[in-house]
Design a protein around this ligand. Structure first.
Ligand SMILES: [Cu+2]
Length: 124
């Protein structure tokens, strides 16, 4: 009787192992960027070349936009919406971004910088 119970328990564990989804092999790094008259927060981010990064863009007041031309980023940031942009930078460097939607007197001072760095090489 005990042996049968053990067998059933073992089978149950086996089914459980099959049924449970394997953890995602790789999750995309996510950075949330807020826009608010007249700045981006954070105003600078650092990402790795060749690694996808997902930007979650949120306006905290009026309509804004984010444009980082040299990285091919251009997204509207309408008030009250959450906008996602995924980008995989293929070159290292500092890339300047601006607000792409006129949002008032300080619109021109809304700056954003993406630092793209080469991934650290493992030692040896
Ligand atoms: Cu703006």
């Amino acid at each position: 009787m005990i042996a049968i119970r053990k067998t059933i328990f073992t089978i149950f564990l086996g089914i459980l192992a099959i049924a449970l989804p394997a953890p995602a092999a790789e999750s995309v790094r996510t950075i949330t960027v807020h826009a608010k008259r007249y700045k981006f927060l954070p105003a600078e981010i650092t990402v790795s070349r060749g690694e996808p990064v997902r930007l979650i863009l949120i306006s905290d007041d009026v309509d804004h936009g984010l444009a980082v031309r040299d990285l091919g980023i251009r997204a509207d940031m309408p008030t009250g919406k959450r906008v996602e942009v995924t980008v995989t930078p293929d070159q290292a460097g500092d890339f300047k971004g601006t607000c792409s939607r006129f949002c008032g007197a300080g619109h021109g001072s809304m700056k954003f910088v993406v630092h793209v760095v080469d991934k650290a090489q493992p030692p040896g």
